[in-house]
Design a protein around this ligand. Structure first.
Ligand SMILES: N=CN[C@@H](CCC(=O)O)C(=O)O
Ligand SMILES: [Zn+2]
Length: 410
């Protein structure tokens, strides 16, 4: 089955050299094809060219002068959660800090209480509704973390829901086990006991059921120490899981050096970075994933995107969609924020939200750029004057169609 998209004003390829990611200044390389068509065959990109040379096809989609770009790849979300936390949001508006709310039993522990009493079916229904909305907003691959369970049973419940989403939705979904998201009430005075449970009970169970692709840890003051993080990374690796880690959100504790030493696929957040942290990350193959939605919502610093790019790091962008620190899964907004608040150019931001996002979940061989052979997960925009218009005209919907595996997603 061949489908032709014709009447495209501009294809934003992101890359045409089959690169796994774009590092440092390469992020601004932005190959395009003007006045173009693109042919899809069996859900993949088969060919593309310029107006006048359109091949025959079984079906046609008229792009009506819109641009064509790869779908967003959201490489950091906590999509499976129960209930919401706008009550905490209201408290913050009245002056309480995220830390104060967490210290009185709110935050991650609040979400964990809500999740423990939700059934797998209820969690699935809620997460499926969110995922459907995100695909319509242009997200064509996603990572989903556990971390609101904090018991073996509840962590497994979250990951089963994520795996069920992967079975029932047409987009690739990778999962990360984040049992080390916070110390549950039961272990508030026995941190070693909880780490032992993660290592000896949760990880083997999750591995046996093949529920996770990665292991994750929230390394932060009041959460998991660098030593605890390292023990969990090593245990994850022993169970065949590479790591993707929450580091440097509020404090720089030396977590980047340890993550890089263990070949983490990505280190995420990075709102608080020393010069040494930047230098270590920039020299490594670990991807730095920045989450500007979290900075916006919590009013904390934005990750140093410009410095990381200028020093040659691999930078990706993601939403961190979760009920506490970033209650939006809209990648279009993330791309806008990256340009307004993190001094990324539109070309860099779009690349970081596509190809480098795909690299951060090890899917850049099949997604993240418009190259022959890749999956036809594509966004057709409304007619726009230039790629920069996407982040510039923030908060508006520029998407005409989202295609997943070559089919319009409705
Ligand atoms: N920082 C740790 N975890 C989540 C937020 C968790 C929450 O507040 O529910 C994050 O990535 O921001
Ligand atoms: Zn997160």
């Amino acid at each position: 089955m061949k489908t032709l998209i014709h009447n495209i004003s501009l294809i934003l390829h992101i890359d045409q050299n089959k690169r796994k990611h774009k590092r440092g200044k390469e992020l601004g390389d932005f190959p395009t094809t003007e006045n173009a068509w693109l042919l899809m065959e069996d859900g993949k990109i088969a060919d593309y060219g310029t107006k006048g040379s359109e091949p025959a096809a079984d079906e046609k989609i008229d792009a009506k002068g819109g641009m064509l770009l790869p779908t967003w790849v959201d490489s950091h979300t906590h999509l499976v959660y129960a209930g919401t936390r706008e009550d905490e949001f209201a408290k913050r508006l009245h002056g309480m800090t995220y830390e104060q709310i967490a210290n009185e039993g709110g935050g991650i522990l609040n979400s964990a209480r809500k999740l423990r009493s939700a059934s797998e079916e209820e969690l699935y229904e809620a997460a499926a509704g969110r995922l459907d909305e995100l695909i319509k907003l242009g997200t064509g691959a996603i990572e989903i973390k556990s971390g609101y369970g904090l018991t073996t049973e509840s962590e497994v419940k979250i990951l089963r829901v994520a795996r069920k989403l992967a079975e029932n939705f047409p987009i690739p979904i990778k999962t990360s086990f984040l049992g080390a998201h916070a110390f549950p009430e039961e272990f508030k005075d026995d941190h070693a006991g909880y780490v032992k449970q993660i290592v000896e009970e949760m990880l083997p169970k999750i591995t046996e059921e093949k529920l996770a692709d990665y292991v994750d840890v929230f390394c932060e003051k009041g959460y998991f120490s660098t030593e605890e993080m390292e023990d969990i990374i090593v245990a994850g690796n022993e169970n065949g899981l590479k790591s993707k880690l929450h580091v440097n959100q509020f404090n720089s504790l030396g977590a980047i050096e340890i993550s890089v030493k263990h070949d983490a696929v990505s280190v995420d957040h990075l709102e608080v970075m020393t010069d040494e942290d930047v230098a270590i990350l920039a020299k490594s193959d670990t991807i730095g994933t920045l989450l500007p939605g979290c900075s916006l919502f919590l009013e904390i610093p934005y990750g140093p995107a410009r410095e990381l790019i200028d020093k040659n790091a691999i930078v990706a962008l993601a939403t961190d969609y979760n009920p506490g620190s970033s209650p939006s899964g809209n990648m279009n907004l993330v791309v806008s924020l990256a340009t307004f608040k993190m001094k990324m150019t539109p070309e860099e931001a779009i690349s970081a939200a596509t190809l480098n996002g795909a690299a951060a979940i090890e899917l850049s061989d099949e997604l993240g750029s418009i190259e022959k052979g890749k999956r036809a997960n594509l966004i057709i925009t409304k007619p726009l004057s230039s790629p920069s218009f996407l982040p510039y005209n923030f908060g508006h919907n520029h998407i005409e169609h989202v295609l997943i595996n070559g089919k319009i997603y409705e």
